[in-house]
Design a protein around this ligand. Structure first.
Ligand code: SF4
Length: 667
């Protein structure tokens, strides 16, 4: 039976999948995969129910007309050529996705940054972990996750920050629970909400929304006061800015003393952080506050210790590696003259991008104000998932050239497309993905390609050929792209980076087919030194954001995920069993707040923010702190009349990472 990788979260579970003669799909966890050792969560288990031809886009469309591939590709190439000729390369943008495979990502990035000459290729991973990327770059000199899932097995204390792990990364959660059972690992959850994860922790610290910088600064000050800073490690492996220790401050959290006692008593400590940290306009500073604590106490690069950002999407990491973020050129390289020269030589690029492109929020602003006149959106649904989604829809409606590649023909975003291109989906695609701990796994096809759908890499290359770049995009299979990508990581290695797959630059077709999951960089890739010129990490002085109060909007609104749904439900919404977990979008509210508003359990509630409004059914919950609300992210104009959360969130972004603040919204 084919072995492949789950298409949902960044845990990256191995799956054994098979379609029988009647079309039924059998799914099981892959016992040989290091990420999950045979385990799956509800989304993985019910994958077979989310696959089918209903709603699939099976042929290219121009306007409402079905056309052949040649006509569609000619049309896209002509739109691109005209846009560049009349408005320059920066009038072109690509908005791609953590659902793309690494090979798809690689050719999209190469076409945009090397041949069209624009940095404007960004990804929905910007909404997911861009703040962690920026924090890694500031602290380590490279976007490297410094630890591995095995560190969860070896830790004595795990801090989960801004992560409802039991729902959002369930197989990691099972691993944490196993470690607690086996060796008594202590678990602390730092989260404004009392989630299911928090209820099962040894300690729940109900931090204020965006209170993480203050909390981790105060923890570091407390460790220093207790003599627990590792002076040797700091001297030998870190650079500490002048004045760093001044004004770390104190934390006004009820459980602070208990938390500090646990941190002081357990040097083998992993801090696992996710969207509650990243999706904030202080997200990068939060990441650095966490990393500062680990560096200053020497809790990094040893078994059972490290700051561990876990990704939301199955291939957010692969996209980061090849350069799918507007802020990276390619393969962990940036835009210095030397890096540009190396990349231009490697690609034989005629028009290398001169500077970083626009990050997602700014990119759609540029679509709105006409600076971007051509956008190609692949495997994602920004008309629902972007903040201020109404403004994104208005921008797409005005854009002269919108191309959408997707499995489905009628997503909220596809409705704005001038050209729709049918892509292969999970079970049909062939390539690689990288999970949260840098393990590269194969996604293998086990289903026939439906209709005229094609692989994303092939569609991109077919357009590149029409633009006259056939010599550089003459790939006939994903392995040829993988070999080139692996060879290109040699540039990163020579530049002192840890990303290095160059040993696979000559992998045979058969070896690629049979490729077992492997982890680049090993368990602790920064143990032999950080990726800075002097090999030392940087502590970064960070200050908490100012407290926010707005008399017109007295609540703080938090948005997030339900256990059994994925993003905008274009796939998981098809399974009745997955829908049974939460049938409707609920607004969760503390009983005292509900009483003040005379809001009964199950009543309809209209939620208003500075940018929009949406209706939810009320769920009165002690898990919410007073003055705070929680709503799910999944429902949209297409799939519901309730719960259109994308309308509620303003397009406010972290100044360092550009990651939108999808939580802590005034309401
Ligand atoms: Fe898929 Fe994530 Fe569930 Fe694993 S934990 S089965 S990767 S959704």
């Amino acid at each position: 039976m084919p072995r492949t990788t789950c298409p949902y979260c960044g845990v990256g579970c191995g799956i054994v999948a098979e379609a029988d003669a009647s079309g039924d799909i059998r799914i099981a966890g892959d016992r040989a995969h290091p990420a999950n050792r045979g385990k799956l969560c509800s989304k993985g288990t019910h994958l077979g129910e989310t696959i089918g031809l209903e709603g699939r886009l099976l042929a290219p469309m121009i306007g409402g007309q079905e056309v052949g591939w040649d006509a569609a590709l000619d049309d896209v190439a002509e739109r691109l050529r005209t846009t560049v000729a009349e408005h320059g390369p920066d009038a072109v943008a690509f908005y791609v996705s953590g659902q793309l495979l690494t090979e798809d990502y690689y050719v999209a990035n190469k076409l945009a940054k090397g041949f069209i000459g624009t940095g404007n290729i960004d990804t929905n991973s910007r909404l997911c972990m861009a703040s962690a990327v920026a924090a890694h770059n500031r602290a380590f000199g490279e976007d490297v996750v410094p630890c591995s899932y095995a560190d969860l097995d070896d830790a004595d204390l795990i801090l989960l920050v801004g992560s409802n792990t039991a729902w959002c990364h369930p197989v990691i959660w099972q691993r944490i629970e196993a470690a607690r059972e086996a060796r008594g690992t202590k678990l602390v959850v730092i989260d404004p909400r009392r989630t299911e994860t928090a209820e099962r922790a040894d300690l729940h610290v109900a931090v204020a929304p965006d209170g993480d910088v203050a909390l981790f600064n105060a923890l570091l000050a407390e460790m220093a006061a207790r003599g627990l800073v590792d002076e040797d490690y700091l001297r030998n492996h870190c650079v500490v800015p002048d004045g760093f220790w001044d004004g770390l401050g104190t934390a006004a959290v009820a459980q602070f003393a208990e938390l500090a006692d646990l941190v002081a008593a357990h040097p083998r400590m992993v801090t696992l952080f996710s969207q509650g940290v990243n999706q904030s306009d202080s997200g990068t500073n939060k990441g650095n506050a966490i990393i500062n604590l680990h560096l200053a106490t020497g809790r990094i690069n040893t078994p059972g210790a490290g700051p561990f950002s876990i990704t939301g999407q199955p291939n957010a990491m692969g996209g980061r590696e090849v350069g799918g973020l507007a802020t990276t050129l390619a393969c962990h390289l940036g835009f210095t003259d030397e890096e540009r020269e190396e990349v231009a030589r490697f690609w034989q690029a005629p028009a290398l991008a001169k500077a970083p492109g626009l990050k997602a929020v700014d990119l759609f602003r540029a679509v709105a104000d006409g600076r971007i006149r051509f956008i190609w959106i692949m495997a994602t649904n920004p008309a629902v998932s972007m903040p201020d989604a109404g403004a994104v829809r208005a921008a797409l409606a005005l854009c002269p050239h919108v191309v959408v590649s997707d499995m489905f023909g009628d997503t909220d975003t596809a409705r704005f497309a001038h050209v729709r291109l049918p892509s292969l989906g999970w079970g049909e695609k062939d390539g690689t993905v990288t999970n949260s701990e840098r393990t590269v796994s194969r996604q293998r096809p086990f289903l026939p390609s439906p209709g005229n759908a094609r692989a994303d890499w092939r569609i991109i290359c077919d357009v590149a050929v029409r633009l006259g770049y056939g010599h550089a995009f003459a790939y006939s299979s994903p392995v040829e792209i993988f070999r080139e990508y692996a060879a290109m990581t040699g540039l990163a290695r020579r530049a002192g980076k840890r990303l290095d797959l160059a040993a696979l630059a000559h992998i045979s077709d058969a070896a690629y087919d049979a490729l077992e999951p492997f982890q680049w960089g090993g368990r602790h890739p920064l143990a032999r030194g950080f990726s800075t010129p002097d090999g030392k990490a940087r502590l970064v002085a960070v200050t908490p954001p100012a407290a926010r109060k707005d008399p017109d909007f007295p609540f703080r609104l938090n948005t997030g995920r339900y256990r059994d749904q994925w993003h905008t439900m274009t796939r998981t919404g098809r399974s009745a069993r997955l829908a049974a977990h939460r049938r409707e979008p609920l607004v969760e509210i503390h009983p005292a707040d509900a009483a003040t508003l005379a809001l009964a359990e199950g009543a309809l509630a209209r939620l208003v923010t500075p940018v929009g409004e949406a209706v939810y059914r009320a769920a009165v919950s002690e898990g919410q702190s007073r003055g705070q609300l929680f709503v799910p992210m999944h429902w949209s104009d297409t799939n519901a009349s309730l719960g259109r959360t994308g309308r509620l969130v303003p397009a406010l972004a972290d100044p360092h990472s550009g990651q939108p603040a999808l939580k802590n919204v005034p309401a």
